[in-house]
Design a protein around this ligand. Sequence first.
Ligand SMILES: Cc1cc2nc3c(=O)[nH]c(=O)nc-3n(C[C@H](O)[C@H](O)[C@H](O)COP(=O)(O)OP(=O)(O)OC[C@H]3O[C@@H](n4cnc5c(N)ncnc54)[C@H](O)[C@@H]3O)c2cc1C
Length: 404
Amino acid sequence: MRTDGSTTERHRIAVLGAGYAGASAAGYLARHLHPGDVEITVVNAEPDFVERIRLHQVAAGRQLRRHTLAEMFAGTGIRLRVARVVAVDAWQRTVTVADGEHTEAIGYDTLLYTLGSTIADLGVPGVGEHAFHVAGRPAALRLRRRLDELGAGGTVLVVGGNLTAIETATEIAESRPGLRVTLVTSGELGGWLGPKGRRHLLRAFDRFGIAVHEHTTIGRVEPTGAVAADGSTFASDATVWAAGFAVHPIAAASGLAVGDDGRIAVDRMMRSVSHPQVYAAGDSACAIDGHGRPLPMSCASAGFTRMQATAAIIGDLTGRRIPETSLSYLGNCIGLGDRDAIFQAVDGDARSRAWSLRGRPAARFKAFVLRGTVWNMRHPTYGLPTRRRRLAAEPHRAPAAVAG
Ligand SMILES: Cc1cc2nc3c(=O)[nH]c(=O)nc-3n(C[C@H](O)[C@H](O)[C@H](O)COP(=O)(O)OP(=O)(O)OC[C@H]3O[C@@H](n4cnc5c(N)ncnc54)[C@H](O)[C@@H]3O)c2cc1C
């Protein structure tokens, strides 16, 4: 009998979060480990896999197809627990999950922490109370309801100058042409792009009629707008905070070693530097690339880190050699509404190259990447021999998915 009361002899793997990193990691582990040897439990707050990189489109009014995790994991042997992770005790190897009034402790032998991130308010007063954001589905739907309330001439202020802010401002401007959209950034809009990419970006903003204020830092958000540190004011009916992401405080409270930004400190294998039974991937992991820099929070990083973490977990359990998987970016793809985009190529130092793909071809490429990502998430057992698929689906080996 284990400390949490379970009697299974199988190695218990708990995957926290079923986003880009967690859902694909769970599927990959189910595909490569024998269901008689491991019990994989995935805990996720929502019953669906949420295409987070399209939440700005959800906010602007697009309807996306639903991807229920129970369906995605059907036949994999993965046990799904729809509940909120409220605490992790890395010393006792337990995770506390809450589902309404009910709380439960889940024990693990190996933990993969992939709870993603939420917005970083950067300590700016009023963000939590008055700003909207697109970092999670409930928040994106709240913004959509607000945009629906605004009539022609309504004003939207997007704060931030990076990918999420750019995609959000252009998507809202394109799908709601009656609204007046303004973007405020403390830096230079698209300053990191190559010259052609940046020119293309600025032309797109012109075409959409989005007003841009660079080198302007917002110091306070109010119900009817925002105030910059230099005292200038921006009236807005909806202020959208897109100035960066921060990890949930659960990681830091768990006893795991974390970096200054709260991300879990991991080695090259994505293993926690303080607790070797714990791995982290995606936005929650502070993974260091080959040049000593932390990987940015992005879907691509979630892919890289989940590949490395799952390879290491499989290596630990099977004794197989653990390969070093790549952590190198080829480029960044930025959507500018439905029909325009920029794919900016980067070099090994993550600096923009002169080359970028722009316009329709880049938009088609982005759409292809989005479709491919979802296809992969929806087919976690792709490549698994039929006999193993059947084995994984046997009820005595694999408890059915439970919705909380
Ligand atoms: C609008 C928007 C556009 C973006 N566009 C791009 C882009 O074009 N390209 C790119 O590379 N990146 C983009 N990103 C960033 C990208 O979405 C993230 O880096 C990526 O989702 C990280 O993957 P993850 O698996 O770590 O986290 P997530 O995908 O966020 O998954 C985390 C999962 O954990 C669950 N969870 C969180 N807290 C709890 C809890 N307490 N209990 C239980 N479950 C919990 C969540 O419900 C979610 O399912 C974008 C982000 C946003 C918001």
